[in-house]
Design a protein around this ligand. Structure first.
Ligand SMILES: N[C@@H](CCC(=O)N[C@@H](CS)C(=O)NCC(=O)O)C(=O)O
Length: 198
């Protein structure tokens, strides 16, 4: 397998963490690409030019983080990313985390391509408010505590919180969500600190 990724992509980070938790990282080579510059290898595998893209040994190119994680879970079922006792809550959590990443990326891309004021409009404010609201909701409805089996939603949520801290520090994601203590056991795991953005 070959994973096409970029150093700061939170989506790619989540897939790398899942690969490591599954013990599949040694079977997967990595190719760093600049998704925004339409690197030919990436465009060839994924005309949308987005990372992560996972190229399987038979040439199939998988895209979309949640689908790639599901593929990894089918390929190596243990430890499960969607444990049967909590599969629904993990999927619900994964959905929230991915939506937060999508909103954060949208805000960042607006700033990058359209300028510092690009989010000062009704849509930009809406995106920021939905992020705040989603973070705040974790205070009254926290995710299941982290245990030995790390779920896909838990991976994505911790990655999203750290990405928000990195890119949108004004949101104070850890404090606003009250998830500092919740994420502590995850931050201690090797796959998380080996993939920290810097
Ligand atoms: N829905 C996709 C989002 C992936 C995504 O947007 N990746 C960004 C990097 S963080 C990217 O490749 N952006 C390049 C572009 O959109 O041109 C997923 O879940 O994998």
């Amino acid at each position: 397998m070959q994973l096409l990724l970029s150093p700061t992509s939170p989506y790619a980070r989540a897939v790398r963490i899942a690969l490591m938790l599954k013990g599949l990282d040694s079977e997967c080579t990595t190719q760093w690409v600049d998704a925004a510059s339409d690197t030919p290898e990436l465009v060839h595998a994924n005309p949308m030019s987005r990372v992560p893209t996972l190229i399987l040994d038979d040439g199939t190119a998988l895209t979309e983080t949640a689908l790639i994680m599901q593929y990894l879970d089918r390929r190596v079922p243990h430890p499960p990313l969607l444990p049967s006792a909590s599969a629904n809550t993990e999927m619900a959590l994964a959905g929230r985390a991915l939506a937060m990443l999508d909103a954060a990326l949208w805000i960042m891309n607006n700033r990058k391509y359209l300028g510092a004021d690009a989010n000062s409009n009704v849509l930009g404010e809406r995106r920021l408010n939905t992020l705040k609201r989603t973070l705040e909701a974790f205070k009254s409805d926290p995710p299941r505590p982290v245990s030995k089996v790390i779920g896909m939603g838990q991976i994505l949520l911790q990655v999203a919180i750290e990405y928000l801290e990195f890119r949108l520090p004004e949101l104070n994601a850890t404090e606003t969500s009250g998830l500092g203590d919740w994420g502590k056991p995850l931050r201690k795991l090797e796959p998380f600190h080996l993939t920290e953005p810097h």
